[in-house]
Design a protein around this ligand. Structure first.
Ligand SMILES: Nc1ncnc2c1ncn2[C@@H]1O[C@H](COP(=O)(O)OP(=O)(O)OP(=O)(O)O)[C@@H](O)[C@H]1O
Ligand code: NI
Length: 346
């Protein structure tokens, strides 16, 4: 896929493979994932529970633990391949915000001390200057009365304020890339919206690149510039956000969109897709979505689909879009003349 301007992406994940070796089986949690993030853009990674989003996120930070390991691919960041054990070198250039802020905050230290610790480690800032910076960061993330809050312990803050404090800690590293793994899922809806606004502001002001991980298509629509849709360890569609919503190319994307409450006529439709994400335990031998796909035909159960260009900066891994396929012409879910123009016929 060609991605916008020719500039080098900030992050270039290529054919990433992460395998968990459990007693019973080998789980290919991330199975050949590739995507780019350019400076200052927000890229979404969306998919149902168990699709490999968090494992992808942890891989970028070098946080995959036993029994899992990165077994293939590259993670390019500023000219280095992080998988060549370059995480230490870029520690602080990439920060992560997890779903549950209480897991990222240490209950026995004040919020201020935790931010100051990050400032000391990543920027060598100490003492009074660090205290002032910590207050400033709390202010930047919209925590009222930051001079008082900086002295408080995490339990004295609400969930939303805790997540703001975690974001302040992440910013204390002065990162280029912020990985947000379901940062608002644990928060109630109004607070969610506030955190999304905060991230959007920060991105504009700090020119941060953000990888935004969620299972919520509504959040993807609000928060991202481009989207990668992941299913059972594989990216099945990538597209600019607006296009993904107006013309989904992959049946899985279509199903995710239909699952957004309020987007379909049936008012109280269940916000789920029937069936479950399969656990990838070996090489893909078919389309992993085929068992749940309303458009699947015989070949879908026999061949793993390759990514095919379905327009500018868009691709989908679906046989419906393979050039030359009869079904493609008849049954394509992607409406428009560009749909089958760029595909490599197999
Ligand atoms: N520690 C582990 N041991 C064994 N398997 C694991 C482990 N962590 C993850 N996996 C496997 O990797 C798959 C992907 O997990 P991951 O946490 O990336 O999903 P996710 O897309 O982030 O889902 P969610 O939306 O629920 O957070 C899991 O379904 C599981 O099979
Ligand atoms: Ni997750």
């Amino acid at each position: 896929m060609s991605v916008g301007p020719d500039e080098e992406p900030l992050l270039a994940v290529r054919d990433l493979e992460v395998v968990f070796h459990t007693e019973r089986e080998e789980i290919h949690a991330v199975d050949g994932v590739s995507f780019d993030i350019h400076e200052g853009e927000t890229v979404g990674l969306v998919g149902e529970s168990g699709s490999g989003k968090s494992v992808t996120a942890r891989s970028i930070l070098g946080l995959v633990d036993s029994p899992g390991s990165i077994e293939g691919g590259k993670i390019g960041f500023r000219g280095d391949d992080l998988t060549d054990d370059n995480w230490e070198r870029h520690r602080g250039d990439i920060a992560i915000v997890f779903q549950d802020p209480s897991n990222s905050l240490n209950p026995v230290y004040t919020v201020g001390n935790q931010i100051k610790e990050a400032l000391r480690i990543h920027q060598g800032i100490r003492g009074n200057e660090a205290t002032e910076r910590a207050v400033g960061l709390l202010e930047d993330v919209g925590i009222p009365d930051p001079r008082r809050r900086v002295e408080e312990y995490p339990h004295q803050l609400s969930g939303g304020m805790q997540q703001r404090a975690v974001i302040a800690m992440a910013l204390a590293c002065d990162p280029d890339l912020l990985v947000c793994d379901e940062p608002t899922t644990a928060l109630d809806v109004t607070i969610q919206a506030q955190i999304l606004d905060l991230l959007a502001d920060l991105q504009r002001e700090e020119d941060l690149a953000i990888l935004f991980i969620t299972h919520d298509m509504g959040v993807i629509e609000d928060a991202t510039d481009r989207v990668n849709v992941i299913y059972a360890g594989e990216i099945v569609e990538r597209a600019p956000t607006g296009m993904l919503f107006s013309e989904p190319a992959h049946p899985y994307t279509e199903a995710l969109l239909r699952s957004i409450p309020g987007r379909t006529n049936a008012a109280d439709r269940l916000p789920t897709i029937e069936g479950e994400v399969p656990t990838p335990t070996g090489q893909a031998e078919d389309c992993r979505f085929a068992p749940r796909c309303p458009y699947a035909f015989a070949e879908c159960h026999e061949t793993p689909p390759e990514h095919v260009d379905v327009g500018a900066e868009r691709s989908a891994a679906c046989l419906l879009h393979e050039d030359g396929s009869e079904e493609a012409a008849e049954r394509t879910v992607f409406d428009g003349s560009e749909a089958v123009s760029g595909g490599d016929s197999a």
